[in-house]
Design a protein around this ligand. Structure first.
Ligand code: PGA
Ligand code: ZN
Length: 437
């Protein structure tokens, strides 16, 4: 047993320039674990609360109260506990704040603490974090397939397009490094195309291009052209992935695409997305309907669950009970795992395990507000997750996570790259084995 000697929280700053929380956990043997809480902008209503001070200062985003709870309540409770017993640590955090969304201590204070403990234990054992995660949870480590944003939209780009993420994946790649190279080509081809057409307005929150498209579909058309300009045949080595983040433009089964000045009900949105799935090589779609639209999610999954990956993000908020409920309902076939949505490492791993139990895919994800913290690259690898989603291909808070995977790849060896394995249940996977779409 290596006991916790000290827990210290401090205020640091995230990629949007907002304050956030960093935690140092020091063990009796001198090992240090450090982690920083990320922050979402398109948040699910049922996720762990990001505790902020409110008021006028720092646009209401101060973390003084969360830090006070951390240093005065969390730290004394954890000192002396066995750091290697992650579950007991996380249960202690939950006992200190048993509210469903962690509104007393804040999910931001909790997640940074929980992750810092995980790091400290890995350091104490002299292991890389991914190795510690694999050993601790009994998983076979493998490098995830990146899901990389090319255009940002929704809440991450002034709602300039309604759909939040237009992404690519390179499941036909043989290594992580090859994914990086192909992504570079597609990313810059997209930028060139957009600037030549006068529809490039800058870079969005996650590093993707900030577009000035006239319709959501124009983004898809441009993405296809960019893939071709990069020398690839869309649907072969490179495929498209969308995060619709529909809760951002709809509730109670009514949706409004502002860009196209179009109101629709669930059925019409399902038809529209279905027409995109028919036309473009889209292999994965996240939150196609709103977080409160179970009938819509069930209908969408009934129609497309056999051919594409359907991920619940806001719909499942990294919660094992919601994953089990969705499985019973027939909604989704994959879960997005965001540790700060759950609040603790143990709860995030429980959501991951529930997804595996259901035979689902699992995608570890960053938030739109990020930092230099690379914990999720290790978590995705250690758990053997299918994909890793950290935003685009610029800005260091994104690149630091891709670059960390390259280092992990050297430790693992390329033959453990998950790549196409992740998508074998989709039309793309069937195409690889010679079966029809
Ligand atoms: P968020 O968005 O981090 O702003 O909540 C990311 C996502 O929806 O996947
Ligand atoms: Zn999402």
């Amino acid at each position: 047993m290596t006991a916790i000697h000290s827990v210290k929280g401090r205020r640091v700053w995230d990629s949007r320039g907002n304050p956030t929380i960093e935690v140092d956990v020091r063990l009796e043997d001198g090992s240090l674990g450090r982690a920083i809480a990320p922050a979402g902008a398109s948040r699910g209503t049922r996720e762990a609360l990001d505790l902020r001070d409110g008021g006028n200062r720092l646009r209401g985003k101060g973390v003084a109260n969360a830090l006070r709870g951390l240093n005065e309540r969390i730290a004394p409770a954890l000192i002396g506990m066995n750091a290697a017993d992650q579950l007991s640590i996380d249960q202690k955090l939950l006992a200190l704040d048993p509210t469903p969304i962690k509104e007393n201590l804040g999910g931001n204070a909790m997640v940074a603490t929980s992750l810092a403990v995980l790091h400290a234990t890995a350091a104490s054992a002299g292991k890389s974090l991914w190795q510690h995660v694999a050993d601790h949870y009994g998983c076979t480590a493998s490098l995830p397939l990146p899901e990389i944003q090319i255009f940002g939209g929704g809440a991450h780009a002034g709602r300039r397009v309604d759909i939040q993420d237009f992404m690519i994946m390179v499941p036909g790649a043989k290594s992580f490094d090859e994914v990086m190279e192909v992504t570079n080509e597609v990313y810059f081809a997209a930028g060139d195309l957009m600037s030549s057409r006068g529809c490039l307005a800058g870079v969005a929150d996650e590093g993707g291009w900030w577009p000035e498209f006239k319709s959501n579909e124009e983004a898809l058309e441009t993405l296809i052209l960019a893939i071709e300009k990069a020398g690839e045949k869309p649907g072969d080595r490179v495929v498209i992935s969308l995060d619709v983040a529909a809760s951002e433009f709809g509730r109670e089964g009514r949706y409004r695409l502002a860009l196209e000045d179009r109101e629709m009900d669930s059925g019409e949105l399902i038809d529209l997305l279905g027409s995109w799935l028919d036309t473009y090589p889209i292999v994965s779609i996240e939150d196609p309907l709103g977080e409160d639209d179970t009938p819509g999610m069930v209908e969408f999954t009934k129609r497309h669950g056999e051919s594409v990956q359907i991920i619940g993000d806001d719909y499942l908020v990294t919660n094992a009970d919601l994953v089990e409920q969705a499985k019973a309902d027939g909604a989704c076939n994959a879960v997005l795992v965001k540790v700060n949505q759950a609040g603790t490492v143990s709860e995030a791993v429980q959501a991951f395990s529930a997804a595996r139990q259901a035979g689902w895919g699992a995608i570890v994800s960053a938030r739109s507000g990020e930092t230099e913290d690379v914990s999720i690259s290790h978590l995705a690898t250690g758990l053997g997750c299918d994909q890793l989603k950290v935003g685009s291909f610029t800005r260091s808070e994104r690149m630091v996570k891709w670059n960390e995977c390259l280092r992990i790849q050297e430790e693992l060896g390329t033959d453990t790259f998950a790549a196409g394995r992740a998508l074998r249940g989709t039309w793309w996977g069937r195409k690889q084995t010679g079966m029809n779409r």
